[in-house]
Ligand binder design. Structure first.
Ligand code: GLP
Length: 260
């Protein structure tokens, strides 16, 4: 696992946007897995700015969703489908046809989950999966004690996650209890995992995920099992890392041709 400590959220956004642009340079139709929440927004803005400046070509990129609320009405502005279309697909100038996600409105939720896992595999697998981290250590919506081998399935949100996400709704009562999320086993199949975390509120979860034991109680610790995992953190989110000095020195000495 590589840990990169950046000065702030904007620098994290630029770094991850560079990794995505470089990937699309090597593989123009790469499948990019995107995350929702506030943290990845600087990435999407930085990448869209490069497209507008003619510095990146994302025209053949494919985008896939990590997770989704169950039961929100179709077109609800806070469904993750709507969020990804609004924050990623449209600003990058892509068509909705380039985008795939699980069906949170399906009558048969288990069938929709299995169909999404199949669709990801049939699309050739995710090339780069961007992840955030919940304050309780979740990735996607894999809450603590999710199986490290889990596939895409329905999960129940913790009270803490519903409170964290209440800011996107009129209040906590409007936050769904149930979600569909790519499983941890599904996420681990992506070729490159990039977890981005910013702000002091994530410091404890980041330290447990990076320096603690691999444990289902900290779902993000599963990144330790992946052969190509990158954790990008700002100074505040890095503030509880015991090995911060080592991570800084390693990145400073990294050959520039290597990329993330
Ligand atoms: C939600 C999403 C996660 C995201 C997390 C953190 O729970 N399902 O994918 O990582 O929020 O969001 P934020 O970046 O806003 O802190």
């Amino acid at each position: 696992m590589e840990v990169v400590i950046v000065p702030d959220a904007a620098a994290g956004g630029e770094l991850v946007a560079t990794a995505m642009a470089d990937l699309l340079g090597r593989k123009p139709d790469a499948l990019l897995g995107v995350a929702t929440g506030s943290t990845p927004l600087p990435v999407y803005r930085a990448l869209a700015a490069r497209v507008r400046a003619g510095e990146a070509d994302v025209s053949r990129a494919r985008i896939c969703q990590l997770d989704e609320y169950v039961g929100l009405p179709a077109g609800h502005p806070e469904s993750y489908r709507s969020v990804v279309l609004r924050e990623v697909v449209e600003p990058l100038g892509l068509s909705p046809d380039s985008f795939m996600g699980p069906d949170g409105g399906a009558e048969d939720v288990p069938a929709a989950c299995a169909a999404y896992d199949r669709a990801l595999a049939e699309a050739g697998g995710v090339d780069l999966q961007l992840l955030g981290i919940g304050t309780d250590g979740h990735i996607g919506f894999n809450e603590p004690c999710s199986s490290l081998a889990s596939r895409t399935r329905i999960k129940t949100l913790t009270e803490q996650t519903r409170q964290d996400n209440a800011r996107f709704f009129d209040g906590i009562d409007d936050v769904p209890h149930h979600v569909i999320t790519q499983g941890i086993g599904t996420i681990l199949e992506a070729r490159h995992l990039v977890l981005l975390a910013t702000g002091e509120a994530k410091a404890e979860a980041v330290a447990l995920a990076v320096e603690g034991p691999v444990a289902a109680v900290v779902p993000a610790s599963a990144l330790q099992l992946h052969p190509h995992a990158t954790v990008v953190v700002d100074e505040a989110a890095a503030s509880r890392l015991k090995l911060a000095g080592y991570f800084r020195a390693t990145y400073a000495a990294k050959p520039s041709w290597q990329g993330l």
